[in-house]
Design a protein around this ligand. Structure first.
Ligand code: 1PR
Length: 523
């Protein structure tokens, strides 16, 4: 029996799923006593340090946790569950951590995108039974803006390089904690958890493990999901956002089956977009939550869900905040939520008032679940301009002039699945969303969607230059070369595709095979 500490923020479902996939049963801790009496305790944490420590204190978990750690029984901390073991964090000055290890949690101060999101390697510093069966070349999934800085070098189990070399795992006796998420790190992560659960085996240093480690560019499979005219939830795909063919919603497969297939083919992440979420309230559209629950049982890479994340009042007058909607998604297995239409309205309000409201969906979700959990899905469309100052928006000089020879263009944000254009451009939107606390930009492009003509490199370049958070290039992938092109000519950290994967025109594993040796990827 494995005890799992759930303090109410973040995706504990994936940890439960990962442990259950190994044939173990999980008991979720529901009081301080459960902690003290646990035989093996896993503490997964996602979110913000201050919020986590306040909840642990309010629930009366702090002293039981300290007692458990002192007992020497097996403990596995994940992400914030690692950071909690230290004395304090720059994320929440003045809020004490558990103080089991002397040292601080620091924010990355590096000229690279923060959060550090994605698959990176580990350089093993001392032998551990957790590494049994690993070659050392594996990559693990990270998502964090802070890292631990222990005073005692002896506890360092592994380090990872991202601008600096930081401590990515610690261990002493039966206590181990990782900055990365084993439950989201595919088969390598599951193997690590398995060794922890078994609690036996030789202590090893994997052969291929060495510094410096490198962050991989991510390949993401996207599933646009909606009900077809018969009411079945299907994966569909549009051409420039039009998903109907001969009047019918295109049906390219079942969401859970396709997600499982992409996991097997090596997808680094999977994104579900509930594309009618702007008009159907997702909490009344429970099949989407079920899809997520089922997919997360067999897919051990990060899952993002978007569509309908906003405040909502139902027909009985009950009000739901965007945070409550997001919480349902997280509890069903999502690791990140993506906000589309509402982000545009939030940015419009910000531009009108010039200040943060504090209660927008972006801010409230980031406060509880951490910046890395908030993705902004942008649906821009190219608009040509005759001159650089013809429009009140930042323009770019394009290599692809418009129908009247226009040499400039800007990218107009749209809402409601591209149905309505707004007076905000994609570059400004991305900048403001970053300021409000978004952790990542999913950059679609209506003009390229479904065309197979390649990513809009001018758009991707303009947005990646404007923000320091990671940008996912999306829309238009038609061949393996398009992935190489977007990674070598822009600073995109991930590339997403849909149509070519669904139709098996270019399978995901073929993209990975093509990129191998040319771009750092997760093999
Ligand atoms: O506005 O917060 O409710 O979110 C709705 C979400 O649904 C947004 O993220 C929006 O992008 C998405 N969406 C809405 N309508 C459509 C549609 O197609 N009619 N899909 C839609 C957006 C774009 C990508 C697509 C890539 C790659 N689809 O997700 O997967 O363009 O496609 P490709 O590789 O085939 O070119 P809200």
């Amino acid at each position: 029996m494995i005890s799992l500490l759930d303090y109410g923020a973040g995706n504990v479902r994936s940890v439960i799923n990962a442990v259950e996939s190994l044939g173990e049963t999980v008991r979720v801790v529901s009081g301080g006593r459960d902690i003290v009496e646990a035989e093996k305790l896993i503490f997964p944490g996602v979110g913000a340090f201050g919020n986590m420590m306040h909840i642990l204190r309010d629930k009366g978990y702090v002293e039981p946790l300290k007692a458990y750690l002192a007992s020497g029984k097996p403990f596995f901390g994940i992400c914030l569950g690692l950071q909690a073991l230290f004395e304090e964090s720059e994320e929440a000055p003045g809020v004490p951590g558990l103080g089991f290890f002397p040292g601080k949690v620091r924010r990355f101060d590096i000229p690279l995108s923060v959060p550090h999101i994605g698959w990176n390697g580990i350089a093993v510093r001392k032998p551990s039974r957790l590494f049994g069966g690993l070659s050392g070349a594996e990559k693990f999934y990270f998502v964090h803006s802070y890292y631990v800085d222990p005073e005692d070098e002896n506890i360092v189990l592994a380090t990872t390089d991202y601008g600096i070399s930081f401590v990515s795992a610690v261990a002493t006796g039966n206590i181990v904690a990782t900055q990365f998420h084993p439950e989201k790190s595919g088969t390598a992560g599951i193997s690590l958890l398995q060794r922890f659960l078994q609690g036996e085996g030789p202590e090893v240093v994997p052969k291929a493990s060495r510094a410096p480690t490198r962050l991989a560019k991510r390949i993401i499979a996207c599933l646009d999901v909606r009900a077809n005219d018969r009411g079945d939830l299907v994966v569909t795909k549009g051409d420039q956002y039009d998903v109907r063919e001969k009047g019918e919603v295109r049906n390219l497969g079942k969401p859970v089956e396709l997600a499982a297939r992409y996991y097997r083919e090596g997808a680094d992440e999977i994104t579900f977009l509930n594309i009618t979420g702007f008009r159907d309230f997702p909490l009344e559209d429970m099949p989407m939550l079920t899809v997520l629950e089922q997919a997360s049982r067999s897919v051990f890479v990060p899952l993002t869900i978007g569509g309908g994340i906003r405040d909502y009042t139902d027909k009985n007058g009950r009000h739901y905040s965007a945070l409550e909607v997001a919480t349902e998604y997280f509890r069903s297995g999502a690791d990140k939520v993506s906000i589309g239409s509402d982000a545009v309205f939030i940015v419009e309000a910000f531009l009108r008032s010039g200040k943060k409201s504090g209660d927008s969906a972006i801010e409230t979700i980031a406060r509880v679940y951490g910046n890395q959990a908030v993705v902004i899905s942008v649906d821009p469309r190219r608009v040509y301009a005759a001159s650089a100052d013809a429009v009140p928006h930042p323009v770019i000089e394009t290599q692809f002039p418009g129908p009247r020879g226009e040499r400039f263009c800007w990218y107009q944000c749209t809402v409601k699945g591209g149905r309505e254009g707004r007076d905000v451009d994609a570059v400004t939107l991305a900048r403001v969303c970053e300021k409000l606390g978004a952790g990542e930009i999913l950059l679609n492009c209506i003009d390229r969607d479904g065309t197979g003509a390649g990513f809009d490199l001018e758009l991707v370049d303009a947005v990646t230059r404007a923000v320091s958070i990671p940008v996912i290039a999306s829309s238009g992938a038609g061949r393996e070369e398009h992935f190489l092109e977007v990674f070598s000519r822009t600073e995109a950290e991930a590339a997403l595709a849909a149509g070519i994967f669904h139709r098996r025109e270019v399978p995901l594993d073929a993209v990975k095979a093509y990129l191998e040796g040319k771009v750092e990827i997760r093999a």
